[in-house]
Ligand binder design. Structure first.
Ligand code: ANZ
Ligand code: ZN
Length: 804
């Protein structure tokens, strides 16, 4: 055959697939379904990155395999196109964001198309399309009507460069997740979504889904459910109680001081009686400059000021203890005040050491006191209470229970559950987002616009510049802003904030099931058939953002009777990043960015696909290597050349049968378990075997083409067609393996004389002992010169003839 020309072949097959609508999901709901999903991209101005094809190819493999297994497969693609980078680009280049989006989408689509993905392009969606965001707004109205969307004055994270409020999740290590600029606090009135109402459901739902462990763990940690107790400490000579939150009420007899956060209201209330008020004020000023993140860092040097003039009383033993103010206690968690138990809490221990405060051990290791001067003793599992009156001798778990009962009976405390999760800041003071469908009327307050008025279109504006006063550019559009109240008909003003980037992606997988529906976000039938998504793969960085947000919306829509399942995704996996040749993140400044277009051009899409699957374990980061790309191209060239060695022999040849069944089994299983690299390695080894032998039967070749097709769909279709095998590879049935035939039927055993190997012998695994020994004696007949004393057979391994 001629050498393989990927340019001709790949274009040809992409056209055939398009013309045939080869990968369209059908609306025949009687067939078994499979819904494979990858995170739809943000169509940035940079175009596709080599990181994108890794997850897209992986699930394309799964989708293609499922079709060959007889499933009606939905593998869709779309554009998550609202957002800041597009808006910023539009401002800089004076092009409307709509135009920028159009250009970027066209480029992305062309690039994805060139990679031969089996997406059902008839179901393409775009979050900026009014027909799409109509339903994003519709869901918002439902949330509002259910009391889950509310407006609140609150200190928000304000990015000084993007000039936009950020959710906590968007602040990474104290800087803006998008631009890396400083984030400061600013008080603003913002729309909030009550995701906290769903905290328990979001934790419990994880039990019923098949997510990789690290995703489950990080969602749970993010929600941060903590069970403990609130306890009231009296303040000497005052009416007020100081309420604290603790997860270790068993340690109440070990409290040696208390700490309030710098923002705690008790400070202002008694400022006249606090003799060192100026020190406290100075300390507060310092604390205000730090983020919660910095303040709660464990390793941070502990600082604080003792409040002179206020003394607390421990409610379980009446002891008087000092109260400190310190920034390691946050106002935003629990009650903003703590009881400090330095003997059993690391942060309290460090604080106590620094300020010379006493330590009282109340928990001992298996009842034996430990040296708490070295470190706090925090092991709950082995802890037994001491120095604690009615708790003495109890294990921690039982002591907590008994203490809670005691507190509740005395009316000084009660059990309490807290969460780290905060409500979702849902406003953005920017143009390129979904308008929030609410108007404000002086008489009626916040009023939802009527559903029949959706979509509420984003008005055309000339200037998208963010404003320094923190208002959205929409606020300047008085024609649009001034409206009438849907409730009383009086004059009212539209909400000018828009929704955050995460809105459209919180429900997009629903729309794919029925993307052209004008009556509903999707029909009940479509949702019932396609949900849940069977396999969703996406970035680890979306675990606490998009993945959690979309689970929240889905659970809400489930409670509203809109969707039929309580969880959106049955299975969730995550891929590792692709790094530059130097092992560092690819970036313009490092000059190590690989453009997928170049790889497709020089080596072909099949090579890029094969390479990205072969690059390493799917869940780990991997470094790019041009040599690796070349190696994958060589592999495909050898598959191409094998067409000249195909014989007329039927079925699998006798010496290849076991191997064929083994490879079918390995590839089939590996594709299910994120082990694309070892599946490809197995096909490479099989290819070597064919070359060693010098020939391949038609059935062996066909099987190889089918197995390889999900990875390298173009070259395999071409070979199938060149060989006139009929139809297309994508229409074939996925090959079955026979478990019994995956096991070698013959084994090689060692033939020994007096324990020394003299020869080897191939025998049937099930051959009887007598027969094996007889055969063994034949191959060493010339060496059997003495008296045979004993004949030993270790089944499947050794025959040993003992001679004198
Ligand atoms: C006494 C104690 C003794 C505590 C002990 C721990 C160990 P999680 O699990 O994260 O919920 N805490 C409570 N509110 C706080 C706040 N606003 N800022 C900083 N720390 C706060 O942690 C709860 C524990 O963190 C609470 O239990 C409290 O310290 C501290 F041996 O109370 B503990
Ligand atoms: Zn009104």
């Amino acid at each position: 055959a001629e050498t393989y020309n990927h340019k001709v072949v790949e274009g040809k097959w992409q056209k055939v697939w398009d013309d045939n609508k080869a990968f369209a999901a059908t609306d025949d709901y009687s067939k078994p379904k499979y819904y494979a999903l990858v995170e739809f991209p943000y169509p940035s101005g940079q175009g596709l990155h080599v990181g994108h094809p890794r997850p897209y190819t992986a699930l394309d493999i799964v989708a293609r395999k499922r079709r060959m297994q007889g499933y009606n497969v939905l593998y869709p693609m779309g554009w998550d196109a609202f957002g800041l980078p597009t808006e910023n680009y539009a401002i800089k280049n004076k092009i409307h964001p709509k135009e920028v989006t159009k250009t970027n989408v066209a480029r992305f689509k062309k690039q994805l198309h060139s990679l031969g993905y089996s997406f059902d392009w008839d179901r393409e969606i775009n979050t900026t399309d009014p027909e799409y965001y109509k339903w994003t707004q519709w869901i918002f109205l439902k949330l509002f009507k259910a009391g889950l969307a509310y407006k609140k004055e609150m200190p928000i994270n304000w990015c000084t460069s993007c000039k936009v409020g950020l959710a906590n999740e968007e602040v990474v290590n104290g800087v803006c997740e998008r631009c890396g600029s400083e984030v400061v606090r600013k008080v603003k009135s913002e729309w909030m979504l009550k995701i906290t109402d769903y905290a328990d459901k979001l934790i419990e739902g994880l039990d019923g889904v098949d997510y990789i462990e690290r995703v489950k763990v990080s969602q749970k940690n993010w929600i941060g459910r903590s069970t403990g107790a609130e306890v009231d400490f009296s303040v000497k000579g005052k009416e007020d109680k100081l309420r604290i939150y603790t997860t270790r009420c068993d340690t109440l007899f070990g409290v040696t001081y208390m700490v309030v956060s710098p923002e705690h209201p008790i400070l202002d209330k008694y400022k006249d009686e606090i003799s060192n008020w100026s020190d406290i004020e100075a300390y507060r000023e310092q604390a205000a400059k730090k983020s919660d993140f910095e303040r709660s860092e464990l390793a941070k040097d502990k600082t604080g000021v003792c409040i002179d003039g206020l003394t607390a009383i421990n409610p379980v033993n009446g002891k008087e203890i000092p109260i400190y103010v310190s920034d390691y206690v946050l106002m935003s968690y629990g009650t903003g005040a703590i009881m400090a138990v330095p003997a059993h809490d690391d942060r309290d221990w460090e604080f106590a050491k620094k300020f010379g405060l006493p330590l009282i051990q109340v928990v001992a290791k298996d009842g034996e006191e430990v040296d708490i001067n070295e470190a706090a003793f925090t092991d709950v599992a082995t802890g037994v209470l001491i120095n604690s009156d009615f708790l003495n001798g109890l294990e921690v778990k039982d002591a907590k229970e008994k203490m809670i009962k005691f507190l509740e009976e005395k009316g000084i405390g009660q059990a309490k559950t807290n969460y780290k999760l905060r409500d979702w800041v849902f406003s953005r003071q920017r143009y390129w987002g979904e308008p929030i469908p609410i108007v404000h009327c002086d008489k009626c307050g916040y009023v939802p616009i009527d559903e029949s008025q959706l979509p509420l279109l984003l008005p055309e504006v000339d200037s998208y510049m963010p404003t320094d006063n923190g208002e959205s550019p929409l606020a300047a559009m008085t024609d649009w802003v001034n409206t009438t109240c849907p409730c009383c008909g009086g004059s009212a003003k539209r909400e000018t904030d828009t929704m955050p980037q995460w809105a459209g992606s919180s429900w997009y997988f629903l729309r794919y099931t029925d993307p052209h529906n004008t009556e509903a976000l999707a029909s009940k039938e479509a949702l019932k058939y396609w949900l849940p998504v069977d396999w969703y793969n996406g970035g680890m960085e979306h675990t606490t953002l998009h993945l959690l947000y979309s689970r929240f919306w889905h659970k809400f829509l489930y409670d509203q009777g809109v969707v039929p399942t309580s969880e959106p995704y049955q299975k969730r996996t995550s891929h590792g990043m692709i790094l530059g040749e130097n092992g560092e993140k690819m970036s313009k400044s490092r000059g190590n960015v690989v453009n997928p277009d170049d790889i497709v051009d020089v080596y072909g899409a099949d090579t890029l696909r094969t390479y990205e699957m072969f690059i390493g374990a799917f869940d780990l980061a991997a470094s790019w290597s041009e040599d690796g790309v070349k190696g994958c191209r060589r592999f495909l060239d050898r598959v191409w050349k094998l067409q000249d060695s195909v014989t007329d022999e039927k079925g699998y040849s006798k010496d290849m049968e076991t191997k064929m069944h083994q490879v079918i089994k390995k590839v089939s299983n590996d594709f299910e378990n994120l082990k694309y690299n070892t599946a490809i390695a197995a096909m490479m080894a099989l290819l070597n075997d064919f070359y060693k032998k010098g020939s391949v039967t038609a059935d062996e070749f066909k099987t190889l083409l089918i197995l390889l097709n999900p990875v390298a769909p173009h070259i395999t279709e071409e070979l199938w067609s060149v060989k006139n095998y009929g139809g297309y590879v994508y229409q074939q049935t996925w090959p079955e393996f026979d478990e019994a035939k995956t096991v070698e039927s013959t084994v090689e055993i060692a033939v020994q004389i007096n324990g020394k190997t003299k020869a080897t012998l191939a025998i049937g695994k099930e051959d009887p002992k007598d027969e094996v020994i007889a055969k063994a004696k034949e191959v060493i007949a010339d060496k059997l010169t003495g008296n045979v004393i004993k004949e030993i057979y270790v089944p499947g391994r050794i025959v040993n003839i003992v001679m004198k």
